[in-house]
Design a protein around this ligand. Sequence first.
Ligand code: C5P
Length: 324
Amino acid sequence: MNIFNRLTPRYITLIFSFMTILLLFTQNPIDNTVDSFDDSIFQVSCSCKSCVMGFMDDDWFIYRYDPSITPLLNRKNSVLRRDTYRWWRGLQPSMFRINYTEVVDQMFSLFPDKEHYSDAGPDRCRTCAVVGNSANLLGSHYGSLIDFHDVVIRINKGPTKGYERDVGSKTTHRILYPESAMDLDNSTHLVLFPFKIRDMQWLISTFTTRHITRTYTRVKPSIKADENKVMVLHPAFIKYVYEKWLLKHGRYPSTGFITIIFAMHICDQVNVFGFGASSTGTWHHYFDRTRTHYKGGPHGGDFENKTIHQLQQRNKISIYKGYR
Ligand code: C5P
């Protein structure tokens, strides 16, 4: 008779249990802990005191932040996936039929066709100030603190003249689109946020024929800016912000929110100014009385604010709230 036939089920269970325990204890405990992590997450990501990428040990952040995404468009990275193209074309639908590939080609025969900001590394410390347009900047005296950053990103029409004490005077990058365009000086990068393909056409027109005077509203046919400093946000980046950072809240992300995520991809340290209501609860610009908080608009305002708050809580950005 075979020996196994003689063993009762009780003995078989006992033998298996013993073998399992033996296996567990003979394995090197270190194999189960430290070595199973990817070493690269513990590498120093920049030389600032605190870095956006930090130790990449925060699951909430790791789930959202994609270090491989390219924020800015160039000819080489311009091909869009079919779903991205469809989503982007639906943001601000227009009646104009425009060929994306031709427009990209025209853009990058005029403007720098480069791979921007691919220089991240342990020796870099690029500090960035993102300056929103909230009235909470008034009376803040943040001007010199803002100007102290390597990169100062301003948004839309936010002026500096007359507000230097509170908002500073340096602008290295200005985020705009046709409906919010203004003249820039020669030291400022124009960063187009294209919410529609017509915006790209407008950009070309403003430096050449100046024939585009309308999108969904009247727009400036030309602006002053250095064409060698023009950059264009990648349409896929807008979708990335919407899906990964906003989990599809709202219809598409606001300019200010995209700008913060953009800064987190091109900078090592991000400080945010001029976002949110003033202490009296009002949502105005620092430079006019336009109300800026619209419930029911295309953007998921509350979710954006919660996400910005999370980023601060997790030490990925710092928010300067102003004094008023
Ligand atoms: O009003 P505008 O879109 O030009 O402002 C740029 C950005 O500044 C907004 O997208 C928003 O994120 C931020 N902002 C704010 N609070 C305000 C005004 C603007 O957070 N009261």
